[in-house]
Every structure is written in C-alpha cells, then in structure tokens.
Design a protein around this ligand. Sequence first.
Ligand code: GN1
Ligand code: MG
Length: 352
Amino acid sequence: MKAEMIISIFNEFDHQFNYKSHSELNSGHINDTFLIKTDGDTNYILQRINQVVFKDFLGLVNNKVLTSNHIRSKYPNASDEVLNKTVLSFIKEKNSNSYYHKEGVNFWNVMIFIDDSVTHEIVKDEEIAYEGGKLLGDFLNLTSDFDSSQLIDVIPNFHNMAFRFKQYASSIQSASKSRLTKAADYIQIVADLKEEMHILQNLKDAGEIPIRVTHNDTKISNSLFTEDNKGICMIDTDTVMPGIIHYDFGDAIRTICNTAAEDETDLSKVEFNLDYYKAYEKGFLEKTKDSLTEVELKHLPLAAKTMIFIMALRFLTDYLNNDTYYKTTYADHNLDRAKNQFKLIESFSKKL
Ligand code: GN1
Ligand code: MG
C-alpha cells in the first residue's frame, strides 16, 4: 500500500501529532494493520478492516468502542493519560465517527499505540503464561456487568462447532482432488474427534454454561506486556461478543502452550507445554474462580482441546476452499497451520 494513501487516511482522523513514518504489523490474518510513528509523544495504530470477514462494520466498531468505554468507566479516577496506556483508545475522524470510510478504500479505524509494550507470538517464559491468565481474568471481570444486548454478534456462529462442521462438509464437496488427497489423513482425524468436540457446544446450547461477554480471539499475541513481563491489557477487540469463557481460555492455551508458532512446519518442534498450561490456569483462576460455575471450571481442559481443534478445522476448511479466508503466503500455508494444530492436539492428549 502506498505511503501517500496511508498518510491521507491517517489524516482523516483527529490525531494530535503529525505522521512521521509507518510500518506494517503482520501478525494478524484478517485485517491490515499499520503502526504510525509521529513527531510527538503519541504513536497510533491504523487499521483497515476486512469487509469480507466483518460484514457489519458499523456494528464491529460500535462493539469495540463500547467495550473500551465500559472498561475505562471502571477507573473513574484515572486520567486520560493513564487510561491511554492501559485501555484501547479509539480516535475519532473529523466528522466525529470512530471510523473512516470512503468508496474504494474500505473502512478504517485508529487507536492510540501503547508505547513500551511488547507482544509474544511464542511464549518462552512461564511468567508470561501466568500474567496472560490474569489479563483474561481481568477482561472477563471488567466486562461482566456490561449489558451484552448492546453488542452485536459480529461474526454469527464464530465458535459454533456445528456451524464449523457444516462449512467443513461443504468445503469437502467442492475441494480439488489434489487438496483432498493432501488433506486425507486429517479428514480422518476430524471424523474421529467429531463427537468429543461437540461436548461444549451441546452444553452451551442446553443452557448449562452461562453466556458472558467474551473476547473470542485470545491468542497470546493479542495481549500486551511490559518488557519485564507484566500484563498490560488485551488488544484486538474485533470479536468481542457474547460467548462462553471456554473459547477464551482455550484459544489462549492453544497459543501459549504451543512450543512453536502456529504455522511451524517442523512438527517435531510442536509440543504442548503443560507447565505453561498450569501457569495460565493459575493466573486465570486467581481472578475468576469465585465467579465461575462448577460446570465452567470442570470443562477448562476440554476447552483447550476444543479450541485447538476448531482452529485446525478452520484452517483445513480454508485450505480445501482454496484459501479464501485467511491471508496466506504460500500454497500450503493453511494446510501447514492445520497440521500444526493437529500435532498440538496429539501432544495435548498425551499430557492432559
Ligand atoms: C484470525 O486476524 P487475527 O489474527 O486477529 C481469526 C482468529 C484465529 C486467528 C488464528 C476474525 O485472527 O479466529 O484464531 O486468526 N479471526 C477471525 O491466528 O477469523
Ligand atoms: Mg483478531
């Protein structure tokens, strides 16, 4: 994307300082994200939202802004300066919307970049796992009294296992022979795990697990830490909506406990780290154990397996669909991601 375009879109927003330079942050698979450095004290994140994935963009922005405002309201005595360093802060564009839209350039939003923060694609320190668990606990606590009827279901059926199986079944119908052949072993594993992987969905549908405001994309790279490993806050609130805590617990574990990146192709490097599981669980429960039900607590280990599986299934489905959903950088990227997640399930099953 041309620098002039980035600058002109950034300048539609009511930021305090002038553009100096930008770089693209490539960790996400859906949106385009840029770090804008300025000539002042505040730097910004400029993000183009993928409209194919997020069809109701206005609903998405509304969800994100309402969530931030709700969290900010929990600290009535904190100054804006402090809040801007600990809670996501959205910048308005010149017409007072929290987004900018123009035909042909899609929808954009801007947030304040939290300086001196780091993210982790792979966890190499137990303290990060522990701090990550506390961050999710805090997020769930801070949003527990948020009226979830104000939030739209930004991606309907996002973690719905029955729905993901339907998408998978139709991808098998339309897949090319060569992709089906390459995926054959994994198609068998999916069939073997199908029943177990519906347990949480069935409990949710039966009303046995409470619906809460959840984050829904808790991979560890969506949490900010200080350089000395203390949790700051969770970011990427694109998918905040009503859900069950298992999605959030499980998706975090999926990434924290994987000893390699989610697209590592050398599967001997992919193992499930049980110590990190315990550290994350400890931090999470320190914050939440008094508010969770017995059914919620009992199913935390299954949540981990289920969320690793659902991501494996989604990567495999996208591979069979010729890569229409996730960004990929080479032909078998989605298949490699799926293989990686299936290896992680195998390792998990030996340990928990
Ligand atoms: C996608 O784009 P990103 O990285 O925030 C996906 C998540 C997956 C993740 C896998 C809206 O998130 O569900 O866990 O990739 N988000 C959406 O890395 O589908
Ligand atoms: Mg996301």
